[in-house]
Design a protein around this ligand. Structure first.
Ligand code: UFG
Length: 329
């Protein structure tokens, strides 16, 4: 049986693809190259296309014996989703519905869905458990929550079972150094601070120093992308054994402030990282830290790289060897 991975050439998707290929799975990476890179395919079969293209999807489903879909393809920039919600609802909802429609047509009834901590909004308690109230503060988070709700209805009505993984801050790179994070433009803290360390940027802007946190900067739960991939492999196994639709948080349960991330990046890289204090970024919650007790207990998830230092070391290994990402050295 084959696994169709939408967004399989993107950051998190490509790490899942690599792990699936290494485990001997037959994998089809389906990607429109908006943020994906063909160099990140890890030997999987590549199909370039849009998940809203039902004819192309039908061709893929009719020519491969697919039993499950891992659905990573989506836009995921919180700020952009506020400025252009239509883009997010068309891609993250409408095109996902097209994918689900074709899955049902071909009797494929297992999906792993990339959801987000952004479904929670401003937390009322930390660490955040799965059943915490969901009040997303932006269209991106709302689009992810809507698809989670749709997937519950699809199980009830059509027997399509799914696992939604709510990633906290995906970070790091495959320890092999072969694949890693390459967004253009880049908005995420760890690649940005490492680009300063590499001399590619003059300075890093700290978004707000007056948050209600110990050092005044935002606190996040950084989770290694290879550990996210591991959760997907466990989830796939559980779905194949008949697991009912559910959602899991994926984080390490440890919060690090922006200043702590900068300090760790300085330690790992051995470079001074220039930082300036700027205003808060609209839509940022002060603290996002996961409780991942549920997946640890139910699926035996055991993060291999829970330490911030290791996460940044693997990211540094990737960025210092690929200063221009996948586009040459
Ligand atoms: N930050 C800065 N300066 C920057 C960039 C980020 O200070 O130039 C700060 C942010 O304010 C935040 C922290 O660094 O406090 C992490 O920011 P990222 O942009 O790296 O990540 P976010 O926490 O904003 O977002 C991530 C994912 C989103 C997801 C969200 C919640 O990128 O897709 O986690 O799950 F919605």
């Amino acid at each position: 049986m084959a696994v169709l991975v939408t967004g399989g050439l993107g950051y998190v998707g490509s790490h899942a693809v690599k792990m699936l290929v290494e485990r001997g799975e037959s994998v089809i990476s389906f990607d429109d190259l908006a943020f994906g890179h063909t160099q990140a395919a890890s030997g999987s079969k590549v199909v370039i296309g849009d998940i809203g293209d039902k004819n192309l999807l039908k061709k893929v489903f009719s020519t491969h014996d697919i039993d499950s879909v891992m659905h990573f393809a989506a836009f995921a920039d919180v700020g952009e989703s506020v400025a252009d919600p239509q883009k997010y609802y068309i891609t993250n909802i409408s095109k996902s519905l097209a994918l689900l429609e074709v899955m049902l047509e071909f009797g494929v009834k297992q999906m792993i869905f990339s959801s987000s901590a952004a479904t929670f909004g401003e937390p009322e308690e930390v660490p955040i458990p799965e059943d915490h109230p969901k009040n997303p503060t932006n269209p991106y988070g709302r689009s992810k929550l809507m698809l989670e709700e749709i997937l519950k209805e699809y199980e009830h009505a059509y027997g399509l079972r799914s696992i939604s993984f709510r990633y906290f801050n995906a970070s790091g790179a495959d320890p092999s150094g072969l694949i890693g994070e390459d967004h253009k433009p880049e908005h995420h803290i760890i690649p940005l601070v490492l680009q300063v360390a590499l001399g590619q940027r003059d300075k890093f802007s700290i978004f707000g120093t007056d948050w209600p946190t110990p050092d005044g900067t935002c606190v996040r739960d950084y989770v290694h992308v290879t550990d996210l991939a591991q959760a997907h492999v466990l989830g796939l196994g559980a779905l194949r054994k008949g697991k009912a639709t559910t959602a899991y948080n994926l984080g390490n349960g440890n919060g690090y402030s922006v200043r702590e991330v900068i300090a760790m990046a300085e330690e790992v890289s051995g470079k001074k990282i220039a930082a300036v204090e700027t205003d808060r970024r609209p839509g940022d919650p002060a603290v996002l830290v996961a409780s991942s007790k549920k997946i640890i207990e139910e699926l035996g998830w055991k993060p291999a790289y829970p330490e911030l230092k290791t996460i940044i070391e693997t990211a540094w290994n990737w960025h210092s060897q690929h200063p221009n990402g996948y586009d040459g050295r």
